[in-house]
Ligand binder design. Sequence first.
Ligand code: 3HC
Length: 320
Amino acid sequence: MSHSENELAELGAAFDANVAQEKKIEPKDWMPEAYRKTLVRQISQHAHSEIIGMQPEGNWISRAPTLRRKVGLLAKVQDEAGHGLYLYSAAETLGTSRDQMDADLLSGKAKYSSIFNYPTPTWADIGAIGWLIDGAAITNQIPICRCSYGPYARAMIRICKEESFHQRQGFEMMNTLCRGTAEQKRMAQDALNRWWWPSVMMFGPPDGASQHSDQNMAWRIKRFSNDELRQRYIDMTVRQADFLGLDIPDTDLKWNEESGHYDIGEIDWDEFWKVVKGDGPCNRQRLAHRTKAHDDGAWVREAAVAYSDKQRAKQRQHAA
Ligand code: 3HC
């Protein structure tokens, strides 16, 4: 529906007032086109991350060391699929379609989290992913439970409850390895060495290079900056590593009495952008796997559409 200049000004002012008063913006509410666009961008990429993130862990379901570990990992990977579906559904309330979002991912147009482009060569990687990656995800996602867009905020509340289980099972795996044989402890340290810096990069570019932060914080999509959440994650995780008896692979890591936070060494932003741009260790493998799964599932989508068309035709016949 087109609006006059005055009407648009009134609608914009009402929108800003609702956001400022912490009122949720719902799908049928008027919203600035740029607000809609940035939400489709962030929510769809969040969903893509959940789905692609199933690959590194799914790799180990058939090789889990015990039945208990297999059951826990199966439950976690199934949860991630569900998180992806909640988030795709939240994005669809903004007018985009699942087909469009899938096409954007498979064509390389849409991003997913850099963190899922690293390999998982040992069982300790599965513990490190739960402990570090889900720990980072929780740090980033808890504030999104208060996002101004209703469907995204509500999806996050359910997702964060399940992420807590993910983080705990990962930490417990690392704790078991660290209290096991010397070889198991070495495996846990090796996994921390490989996952620490990619997990710190997960929070996005530094505040000065974050293209969307200012506007998204004004719209209360984002509640804290990339660096604020990164620091929160670092302060929490350094202490957990200490409890495990593991060393953070950063010789510049030190407690800063003045700031009350840990200072860390330089983050390799060249590596970050290289991975984001598609040239990480597993980018091609992840996208090829997702593309094959999409192609293999074409018959299921066609059958579902044929069935729903038939049902609709029957309903029309009854109505006539
Ligand atoms: N990986 C890939 N791309 C990234 C990135 C990362 N870690 N961090 C930032 N980027 C991209 C952004 O998408 C943006 O590119 P775009 O304009 O093409 O979308 C560009 O880098 C600039 O970054 P900004 O900081 O300006 O972007 P945002 O304001 O969107 O902040 C974000 C980035 C913090 C990731 C934010 O989008 C966000 O909070 N997203 C929701 C959470 C999310 O997606 N988490 C991904 C992991 S999901 C997960 O871990 C699941 C768990 O179960 C394991």
